[in-house]
Design a binder for this molecule. Structure first.
Ligand SMILES: [Zn+2]
Length: 396
């Protein structure tokens, strides 16, 4: 891309983000906020309107002299952003438009570990088809998976039994749209940061509570990636060298202590994720001693691992999702007490339950598609090529 094209893309992005963040406003507002030349803003608006991303929003009068101004607003309705998630016991989808309006949301039980990569690709394609039927054209798809991801390839997902699965390519072949793949906890952390219970908290950690336990770490308002994009593998912190074998092949990983299996009563295997959580909640409600003891133990281990994260990252909040959130009243008091007992820097770190449910990762995945479009609206369409030229129509 030439320097001029890059500048054009960045300017389009600035204007779109301004409209997304500030709602309906006049061209003059955009000129003032972005510092761009008036003619440039006018040209950018013409292009964005032609792309269907901005619409005229009527006229209003401001100021003492009552000069009329022509308002514009983000028109996200033609952009369908789809987030998908494949996890051990389910597949989920969350679709939104460019403005974040929810267009589709679904989750269904699915034996992803038993289905293998190709079975999961088929199931994801089926879910995407249902979403597309409601949403119209998809601008892109991001898929959340519980594992290590590099360049669209799931390099290792212990609880799914996958190694080197080229998920982005396989799903792109099915759907015919751009597909990206990301780690489920990282994507859920982005959703929490954008619209969760601790939204906007610049230093926070998100933990998935599922069969596996992943982490997404936000430091200074940015997701911590690591050298290979693998940071946040909290579930495999070796907390007990003498402990049980983990799906990753090592022993005593944190997820062997706090993953859902640590709470399952004997014989619970074969039940779906939701049924397992419901069964544990009912047993606790009925005062079942084994369940209450197991919850207390998981709560303590949650706090112990939380204290490691508090010492490492000094987060203001550790947001716990998935089943941790469903059983929060049983788990969090013990976890908070343990964290404060062990962490040197733990006193001001609260462990809080996510309110986004098991859909958090899919929501974060959809948000990532929205970000891609806001970063570079030109990915949506080749568009009328002449609009890409830097011309300045006379403002009317
Ligand atoms: Zn492990």
């Amino acid at each position: 891309m030439t320097g001029r094209a890059t500048l054009r893309r960045d300017n389009l992005s600035r204007v779109l983000r301004h409209l997304r963040d500030h709602g309906t406003c006049s061209r003059a507002d955009v000129v003032e906020a972005t510092g761009l030349h008036r003619a440039t803003v006018s040209s950018l608006m013409t292009e964005l309107i032609a792309m269907g991303l901005v619409r005229e929003a009527g006229t209003s009068t401001t100021g003492a002299i009552g000069r009329p101004r022509r308002d514009v607003a983000l028109d996200g309705s033609r952009v369908g952003a789809l987030g998908l998630e494949i996890n051990v016991g389910y597949v989920a989808a969350h679709g939104s438009d460019l403005g974040g309006r929810v267009l589709f949301s679904a989750r269904s039980g699915f034996d992803a570990a038993g289905a293998g990569v190709s079975g999961c690709v088929s199931e994801l394609a089926r879910m995407a088809g249902l979403a597309a039927a409601e949403m119209g054209t998809l601008a892109g798809v991001v898929v959340a998976v519980p594992g290590l991801v590099s360049q669209g390839v799931v390099t290792f997902a212990p609880n799914l039994g996958w190694r080197q699965a080229p998920l982005a390519d396989l799903l792109r072949a099915e759907l015919g749209v751009t597909v990206e793949v990301g780690n489920d906890a990282n994507l859920a952390a982005l959703a929490e940061y954008a619209c969760g219970v601790a939204a906007g908290t610049p230093d926070m950690v998100y933990l998935t509570g599922e069969v596996g336990v992943g982490g997404g770490i936000i430091v200074g308002g940015r997701l911590l990636q690591g050298a290979d994009g693998f940071s946040g593998e909290t579930g495999h912190l070796p907390v007990d060298p003498e402990g049980a074998r983990c799906a990753c092949g090592h022993t005593g990983c944190w997820e062997t202590k706090v993953g859902l299996a640590a709470l399952d009563p004997p014989g619970a295997t074969g039940l779906g994720l939701d049924a397992r959580v419901d069964q544990i909640a009912s047993a606790a409600e009925a005062g079942d001693t084994r369940t209450l003891n197991a919850l207390a133990e998981v709560g303590r281990w949650l706090g112990l691992g939380g204290s490691i994260l508090a010492n490492l990252f000094n987060p203001r909040a550790i947001v716990v999702g998935g089943y941790f959130a469903k059983l929060a009243s049983r788990l969090l008091p013990a976890a908070q007490a343990e964290l404060e007992r062990r962490a040197v820097a733990g006193g001001r770190c609260r462990i809080v339950a996510s309110e986004l449910g098991f859909e958090a990762a899919a929501r974060g995945a959809a948000g990532t598609v929205v970000d891609r479009v806001l970063d570079d609206p030109l990915i949506l369409s080749p568009g009328p090529r002449e609009l890409l030229r830097d011309h300045h129509p006379v403002e009317q």
